[in-house]
Design a protein around this ligand. Structure first.
Ligand code: SAH
Length: 246
């Protein structure tokens, strides 16, 4: 997608976007534009809401409490939301922020925290995860923010699983091999990636997962990757093989 208006700040907003609409931004975004970026009346920003594409907007007021912008024109059409699910065992704070941002940058459409036996974290701050996804979407110019689901357990996730969706299991115990051929066979099918916690999947969890008809185990090479590294590696091979990098 051509990178137009790359230098302009990009902000995710909730309201509808349309030509000649005026929008009053919230306190946080107003402070960011007026005080941090020191934007003036007439300066331009890019807004997106995940439904109406990207819009060029011009400041008509730069009050630190409530910046007002006037929508000028749509500069990018809305892209369809991604159907790629990223299921993962949540990690501790900074690394959790990291994987939410990387999953967003790598084009996940749904982010699903899954509590497994060796997961080190049980209570998640959902708002923080959403804020990380929004921040990553603003920075990497995606036009829709991935849906961040409330955490669930592996058993509950599998109980409600639609067998049409293939579950690509990043299996650290799989013999080292390239996942490209296996993944290529999934083209056109709904897909989820599942990455385990720092402690890996328990033997019981792995056997249960491998016994499911929709599970596709993949190796991510001969080295044991940290869970956050494995997340980016798995999302990259999927996007490069059957995803939106093509
Ligand atoms: N502590 C475990 C490894 C866990 S790594 C051990 O030493 O065996 C965390 C997660 O990253 C794993 O559950 C798996 O989902 C993924 N992962 C790491 N390395 C991998 C590899 N080489 N192939 C496939 N998945 C891998």
């Amino acid at each position: 997608m051509p990178r137009t208006h790359a230098a302009l700040p990009r902000l995710h907003v909730e309201p509808d976007l349309g030509v000649d609409l005026d929008l009053t931004l919230g306190k946080e975004q107003s402070l960011y534009l007026a005080a941090v970026l020191r934007k003036s009346v007439g300066d331009e920003v890019v807004l997106f809401n995940g439904r109406h594409g990207a819009w060029l907007a011009r400041l008509t007021s730069n009050s630190k409490k409530s910046v007002v912008v006037h929508l000028v024109e749509q500069i990018a059409p809305q892209t369809p939301p991604s159907d790629l699910w990223y299921c993962f065992a949540p990690l501790k704070t900074e690394r959790l922020d990291y994987v939410i941002q990387k999953a967003t940058e790598m084009g996940a459409g749904r982010i699903q925290p899954v509590i497994t036996k060796y997961t080190q974290v049980n209570r998640l701050k959902h708002d923080r995860l959403v804020a990380n996804a929004i921040e990553a979407a603003e920075q990497c110019e995606v036009l829709s923010v991935p849906e961040v689901m409330p955490e669930t357990t592996l058993d509950k996730l599998l109980d409600g699983w639609n067998p049409e969706r293939k579950l690509v299991l990043a299996d650290e115990s799989a013999p080292s091999s390239s996942p490209i051929d296996v993944l290529s066979g999934l083209r056109g099918k709904p897909v989820a990636i599942m990455v385990g916690p720092e402690g890996g999947f328990s033997d019981e969890e792995r056997s249960k997962l491998l016994a499911l008809p929709y599970t596709i185990p993949i190796s991510l090479g001969p080295r044991i990757l940290r869970a956050d590294t494995a997340s980016v590696a798995a999302l990259a091979v999927i996007q490069a093989t059957i995803g939106d990098w093509r």
